[in-house]
Each structure stands twice: as structure tokens, then as C-alpha cells.
Design a binder for this molecule. Structure first.
Ligand SMILES: NC(=O)c1ccc[n+]([C@@H]2O[C@H](COP(=O)([O-])OP(=O)(O)OC[C@H]3O[C@@H](n4cnc5c(N)ncnc54)[C@H](OP(=O)(O)O)[C@@H]3O)[C@@H](O)[C@H]2O)c1
Length: 229
């Protein structure tokens, strides 16, 4: 297993929810965490905050450049920033489809593109995209969210295809319901039976510890039984 001490990891969406739990877990493992956040004051203690707003693509490049200037390298990127406004087939609104595409799909693209040369350079680069079970099947009444997460599944495969010979390994980490602000509106499944952000953080750490010869393409995490998943 890989020693994570001293590894420099970029985590988007680090202020809240899964991204925050991942940040705290990786800090405890000895990583240097560069937190990509919209409000620097809300980055977890112990991380180094950089401004990253998925709706402002230039901030991805500045986040990575600032990280490399400060720490000299990038070993891994965890794309955890995401949104889930409702966007349905028959009602839209189209604006929500566009926002979902911009934040959930293009956000990770810009962050990966900016980090790419550094991930190549370190020889064992890692990308974890927090996708969703909504990237595997359409079950909830939010087509726009599902489409954005299906896109993240394709993006993850492309990172593996393009990065493999450079030692880059990528995983789509796909939870169902997780007890965060994002599920605040969910009533069809009890909150205490949702996955915990800390459980996802543990899996993210495990993924980063795996060597180049044991790469997980997709990791599906259920909090409720589903026939096909
Ligand atoms: N919760 C679930 O049930 C669940 C299930 C499957 C997958 N996921 C995925 O897991 C990831 C994390 O979700 P979560 O549950 O932790 O949600 P959350 O608690 O709502 O946190 C969302 C995070 O994304 C950030 N963010 C939102 N818009 C952004 C933007 N334009 N630019 C940069 N950052 C932005 C937020 O930053 P601010 O604090 O600045 O708003 C926040 O840190 C998302 O990709 C989500 O789709 C969640």
C-alpha cells in the first residue's frame, strides 16, 4: 500500500459534506490538502485554502498553480464539488440542466485539465471523481443530475484511458444517499439510514492507498438495496 504522508491532494468542495470529510480524513493520514473552496474562510482547519468556483473555469488553473507554487507538486485530485437542482425531462428548467452540466461535469474537466501535467509528473497520479449511483441508473426524479453524473462516469473512463501509461489511476466513487446538505430535501429515505460522509472519506483514502497495479474503476456504495446495483 502507498504511504500517503506528504502527498499533495487537491479536494474541491472541501468546505462541506463529502469533500470536507475527505479533507479531514486525508489530513489525518498525513496528506497536505489543498482545499478548493468558494469561501476561503470555510476551508477545514489544517488544509490550505484556494479559491475554486466551478462556474469560473479560470479559478481551477489558479488553484492548481497556487498549489504547485506553494507545495511543489500535485499527487491527487478529488472532485467533490457538486450541485443537484431539480431538472426534469418534461418540465426542465433548462437553466438547471445547464448549471448541472457546468458544475458537475465541466468543473471536474477544468480541474483535471489544470492538474494533468503535475499528475503525469509525479508518476502515480490519482483522480477520484465523486460521481453517484445516479451516474449508473436513472431512478430519482432529476434527469439533469443523472445526466451530469453519467458524464462524470465517461470522464473517469477517459482519465483512465489517457492517463494509464503515465501512471495515472482514476476512480468514480458512486454513493447513493449520503447524509449531507445535498439530501436535506429527501424524505423518501430516513436520514439515519443514509451513508455517512465519513464512510465515503474512508473509501477515498483506501483508493488513494492502492498501488498502480490495483486500480478500482468504479466503486458503488449503497445505503439501500437495489436489484441491479
Ligand atoms: N449527498 C448525496 O446523497 C450524494 C450522493 C451521491 C453523490 N453525491 C456527490 O457528492 C459530491 C459532494 O456532495 P455533498 O453531498 O457533499 O454536497 P454538499 O454538502 O451540498 O456540498 C457540496 C459542495 O460543493 C461545493 N460547490 C457547490 N457549487 C460549487 C461551485 N460552483 N464551485 C465550487 N464548489 C461548489 C459546495 O461549496 P459551498 O460550501 O461553497 O457551497 C460544497 O462544498 C457532489 O458531487 C454530489 O453530487 C452526493
Amino acid at each position: 500500500l502507498r504511504d500517503l504522508a506528504g502527498k499533495v491532494v487537491l479536494v474541491s468542495g472541501a468546505a462541506r459534506g463529502i469533500g470536507r470529510a475527505v479533507t479531514e480524513r486525508l489530513l489525518a493520514a498525513g496528506c497536505t490538502v489543498s482545499a478548493g473552496v468558494r469561501d476561503a474562510a470555510r476551508a477545514p482547519q489544517g488544509s490550505t485554502a484556494f479559491i475554486y468556483d466551478a462556474l469560473k473555469p479560470d479559478t481551477a488553473a489558479a488553484w492548481v498553480a497556487g498549489t504547485v507554487e506553494r507545495f511543489g507538486r500535485v499527487d491527487a485530485l478529488v472532485n467533490a464539488a457538486g450541485i443537484n437542482p431539480r431538472a426534469t425531462l418534461l418540465e426542465g428548467p433548462d437553466k438547471a440542466f445547464q448549471d448541472l452540466w457546468s458544475v458537475n461535469a465541466m468543473g471536474p474537466i477544468h480541474a483535471i485539465r489544470a492538474a494533468w501535467p503535475h499528475l503525469v509528473e509525479c508518476g502515480e497520479g490519482r483522480v477520484i471523481n465523486i460521481a453517484s449511483l445516479s451516474g449508473k441508473r436513472v431512478r430519482n426524479d432529476n434527469l439533469g443530475y443523472a445526466m451530469s453524473k453519467f458524464a462524470v462516469m465517461a470522464l473517469t473512463q477517459e482519465v483512465r484511458r489517457l492517463g494509464w501509461d503515465h501512471g495515472i489511476r482514476a476512480t468514480a466513487l458512486c454513493p447513493g444517499f449520503v447524509d449531507t446538505d445535498m439530501t436535506a430535501h429527501v424524505t423518501k429515505w430516513p436520514r439515519e439510514q443514509m451513508s455517512r460522509p465519513e464512510d465515503l472519506a474512508m473509501l477515498a483514502e483506501a483508493l488513494l492507498r492502492l498501488p498502480n497495479t490495483a486500480s478500482v474503476a468504479e466503486l458503488l456504495v449503497n445505503c439501500r438495496h437495489e436489484d441491479m446495483l
